[in-house]
Design a protein around this ligand. Sequence first.
Ligand code: SF4
Length: 491
Amino acid sequence: MHPITATMLYDWTQCPHRPYVDLFTNRAKRDETSPFVKLLWEKGTAYELEVMAGVQQPVRDLSSYTGDEKELRTIEAIQKEEPLIYGGRVTADDLLGEPDLLRREGDGYLAGDIKSGAGEEGDDGKPKKHYGVQLALYTDILERLRLSNSRRPFVWDIHGNEVTYDLDEQHGKQSPWTMWEVYQDTLMRVRQIVAQEYQTIPAYCSGCKDCHWYSFCLSNLERSDDLTLIFDLGRAKRDAMVDRIPTVSDLAVAEIGGFMSGKKTVFPGIGPSTLLKLHERAKLVKTEGASPYLKAPVSFPSSEIELFFDIEVDPMRDFCYLHGFVERRGGDSATERYNAFFANAVNQEEEERAFTEAWTYISDRRPCAVYYYSHYERTVWRRLQEKYPSVCTSDDIESLFHSIDSVDLFTDVVRKVTEWPTRDYSLKTLATYLGFNWRDPHPSGANSIEWFDRWTKAKDETIRKRILEYNHDDCVATRVLLDGIRELQTA
Ligand code: SF4
């Protein structure tokens, strides 16, 4: 029987189908690992080495060993009561863990991982479930070996903080949970998968495009006409509906009223308005030649100058390297000009300079209409303002993004008042549907980050040009989408 590892538990939290396909599907059917995912691995490893190089206490380094030898040496190190063990391996029953760190505390050990991300979720200090289940597995093994100090493992995170994961702490008010409970539930599911007592099926989600099973799963989803191929109909909704409505085609022709009763539907967690919306989407994607439409009238700012704004950020460095704007005057696309503010080095001076220039550029053009796709630009500019308060005030940022002239095209328009006969409502999908083509054969934000990383090392002008071209095209695509929405009819 395959042992249960921390990676399997992590994968389950991202996509419950992933451990299943990794275990039971021929590896030859995988896609090649994307350059972006490879970059994430490289960064993770490099960060771990950097952290360990700075540790100021004696470390028993077992990272160069593998398999049984690694485990044997870990046990020896534990028996010698080494204060800190790096790169060890512990097993108990069907569990196998390779924690980055085992630290002697009292008469036992605590497990820890080095993560090249923040130790907690967002600003509210909630633990990350994908980190927590891994730490809980190591702790479970230590408990079974009677070596655990407590259920308080830790993460050394990208900010240099040690974040304690209290596995028994309760979170959530309405439905309280502990990380230990999440772990137990995840472990049970993964165990059932390993024993082939439980078979998962794919579900189209945002993580699919970076997954090495993307082509394989997508062809299965298409063949089975899976409900998750409808925008906003994810795994949970699909699983609630699938017994009565198995496919998109079934949903498209369903007598939907029969599933509704007053303010409820027969599907747990799905209200009548959501069900009606999903039904309409299914009809749209299954109708040959169907056109997108408006669900309600929409108006846009009337302005001589329109700016189409897009930024590029390296989340691993927490670094904004590009602010791009396409400027159009008088609604005439022949006037379009692209203006880019690029950080020419990865340091605070360059990030601040690019932000300052972008801020000055936009300030000089206001009043003007500003269009962007999703809240990301606003979030990043708020962070940049906090980092570089001499550039502008927080009120300046709020007044820019809360102005009636600023439009988050995705949140305020596409999601609220439009319907499209497409699988998702990403800028790529919708602008492509409207006939726009990116010049780059592999356009994506993830790829841009990987190009930027290569540019920082090689300073190759062709890479910089590729990054700028991609950002330029994203800005034009935003304009194409705006113009497309202006042409839509109300249903
Ligand atoms: S492609 Fe999507 S559904 Fe398939 S394993 Fe990967 S994340 Fe899961």
